[in-house]
Write a protein that binds this ligand. Structure first.
Ligand code: ADP
Ligand code: MG
Length: 586
């Protein structure tokens, strides 16, 4: 119960506020709620998915102007205004998303600034929007046939919607889609390798955040009953981003905390500073700037996580259930051709990282791909899994040509992989990381996840994750965060995640690196049991004892080419291999 205490206190405060505070403060809290709805979207977009937007104020404006025009010019109801605002924002952001979300790194924030400015100028220049003087006499909202008037009544509507949006976002993040959204931040290659359509998901999150902004704009217009362009300028967008970062972009409450801190602090400073300095002026802007810099210096993650350290709130971790096991694919019959790599080359500029390599894998085999550092092994994995496209040659998998396919399409065919450098969501539990691997085995969408209508499916996915963790020997670490595990265990966790995809072919890039001897023995046991279960494995490994005792066949690479191929017994005495590779080791 203790972990619910801080939230219960905050909720009680929100409920009690309009009853005990003077109207001035209720109005301020309304602004906090309005900004909080926008920053909630930014938490998802920027904090969780890693896409920085300076342009959210423009979407608030779209929502506000849409309802202002609908109600004053066309005489529609505010509800029609809401529908118009959401539809307009949805269309505009789909378009903007398609053109800007392809931009990477610093180009994306620049793109958001560009549209933020552009939309603002549209507001200020259109005749129907009242140009710079805006639109006045917007009618109040009406609920159950009664107008919603005054700060106190609006408070109930604004905070009701804010808390509803918060709950929906929290539910969403705690779902299969939520895990996928988290993977967008710095792990797109990994996400794609699990079948996640990262491009599409980015756009959906972007639209989701913009719709929240638009919703806030709708409330704003009917609260103030007047709109003009200035609150929707790029400064507004910067403010929202500040609020999010200062409060804590990593959790749903963070944006609200930041909105509260900035809004209240700004009011106090506006009061206090002119008195301190003895004459008028916008000193609060300067003090504010300094404050933001200090806060960011001291608390990278924002204030909320910083405060959370003083109020111990053990992280709620998902639990595996005893749900029915997920349906499994029929593994191909042992010996059936699975993967054929045919004269494949990959050129990086002048470097031939892979050079005319051919080999094949049959169902039920464990094949080792060995060779010195830089031989091209990881590049070969990237070619098979669609991270890279081959310069020439063919890769066939169960009748499909892989060369021109994307990672996520290849994942669907039943190829799963691990990475030489583990790619894990370090703040999330091992169980949730493993469950990410089962992404393609669920189908619930945003609405179902936000409303928690997908709990049966989610239980199935977490149950599968729990089983696979136990299968690889990490059952005891299910509830530890992935980042707290030793590197060797992180590699094994990636195997569990890959297994959650129920693959035909498992590609493991140096799975035993960093393991101690007894852990290697255990891993070899796991891989053998996988073979018994019909899973085929292609394995890159450096530890010769580990490989030799495990694999059916070895492909030896050097300088991108195949040096030799055969059973461990043959390879061990192959002169070219002994000279190029094993010579140094044994
Ligand atoms: P291995 O996994 O066998 O150690 P890699 O496949 O990682 O080797 O690398 C093979 C060669 O290709 C190395 O010389 C490496 O520097 C180069 N290489 C790998 N990836 C890239 C890339 N994206 N761009 C340029 N060169 C690369
Ligand atoms: Mg490598």
């Amino acid at each position: 119960m203790r972990r619910h205490l801080p939230i219960a206190v905050v909720l009680a405060g929100i409920v009690a506020a309009p009853l005990v505070l003077p109207e001035y403060y209720v109005t301020l809290l309304n602004y906090v709620g309005l900004a909080g709805i926008v920053t909630l979207g930014l938490v998802l977009l920027t904090g969780i998915a890693g896409l920085t937007s300076f342009g959210q104020a423009a979407f608030v404006g779209l929502g506000a102007y849409a309802t202002a025009v609908t109600t004053t010019v066309y005489g529609g109801t505010p509800w029609l205004g809401l529908a118009a605002g959401l539809a307009l924002t949805g269309l505009v952001t789909l378009f903007l998303g398609f053109i800007t979300l392809r931009l990477s790194e610093h180009y994306l924030p620049l793109g958001t600034i560009a549209w933020g400015i552009a939309i603002y100028f549209v507001f200020g220049n259109l005749e129907i929007l009242g140009k710079n003087s805006g639109i006045a006499d917007i009618p109040p909202l009406s609920l159950f046939g009664r107008p919603v008037e005054g700060a106190g009544q609006m408070y109930v509507v604004i905070w009701g919607i804010a808390l509803g949006a918060l709950l929906a976002a929290r539910n969403l993040l705690d779902s299969r889609l939520g895990r996928a959204i988290r993977a967008l931040r710095g792990h797109t290659t990994m996400a794609a390798s699990l079948g996640i359509d990262t491009g599409r998901l980015k756009i959906v999150v972007f639209v989701y955040a913009a719709l929240l902004a638009s919703l806030s704009g709708w409330l704003y217009a009917h609260f103030l009953r007047y709109v003009s362009p200035s609150p929707f300028a790029i400064n507004g967008g910067i403010d929202y981003l500040f609020m999010t970062v200062i409060g804590g972009a990593g959790q749903v409450w963070g944006g609200f905390a930041g909105a509260a801190i900035l809004t209240l602090l700004r009011e106090w400073l506006k009061d206090l500073l002119p008195r301190l300095f003895g004459h008028d002026g916008n000193y609060e802007i300067v003090v504010f700037g300094l404050l933001v810099i200090v806060l960011l210096q001291r608390t990278r993650e924002g204030l909320l996580p910083c405060l959370a350290r003083f109020v111990p709130t053990p992280r709620r971790s998902a639990r595996p259930t005893h749900a029915e096991p997920l349906p499994r694919r029929q593994q191909p019959a042992a010996g059936e051709p699975l993967l054929e790599v045919d004269q494949v080359s990959k050129q990086f500029g002048a470097l031939a990282a892979v050079n005319g390599l051919s080999f094949d894998i049959r169902a039920g085999e464990i094949v080792g791909l060995i060779g010195p550092n830089g031989a091209g092994k990881s590049t070969m994995f990237n070619l098979i899994t669609g991270v890279l496209a081959p310069s020439s040659g063919q890769i066939r998998f169960r009748g499909h040509r892989l060369e021109a396919m994307r990672s996520r399409e290849i994942a669907r065919l039943g190829i799963a992989r691990t990475f030489q450098h583990p790619s894990l969501l370090t703040e999330l539990g091992a169980l949730e990381n493993a469950a990410l691997g089962a992404y393609l085995r669920g189908s619930a969408g945003f609405v179902a996840a936000s409303l928690r209508l997908e709990r049966a499916e989610e239980a199935g996915l977490l149950g599968e994750a729990g089983r696979q963790l136990e299968r690889v020997g990490l059952g005891a670490f299910m509830h530890d965060t992935a980042g707290s595990l030793p590197l060797g265990s992180q590699r094994i966790l990636e195997i569990a995640r890959a297994l959650c995809a129920d693959p035909f072919l498992l590609l493991l890039d140096e799975p035993a690196a960093g393991l101690r001897h007894f852990e290697k023995v255990a891993l070899a046991g796991v891989l053998r049991s996988l073979r018994e279960a019909g899973v085929t494995v292609l394995l890159v490994e450096h530890d010769m004892d580990f490989v030799m005792g495990l694999v059916d066949r070895l492909v030896v690479m050097n300088f991108g080419q195949k040096l030799a191929e055969g059973t461990p017994a043959v390879i061990r005495v192959e002169p070219a291999v002994v000279e190029a590779y094993l010579g140094g080791v044994r």
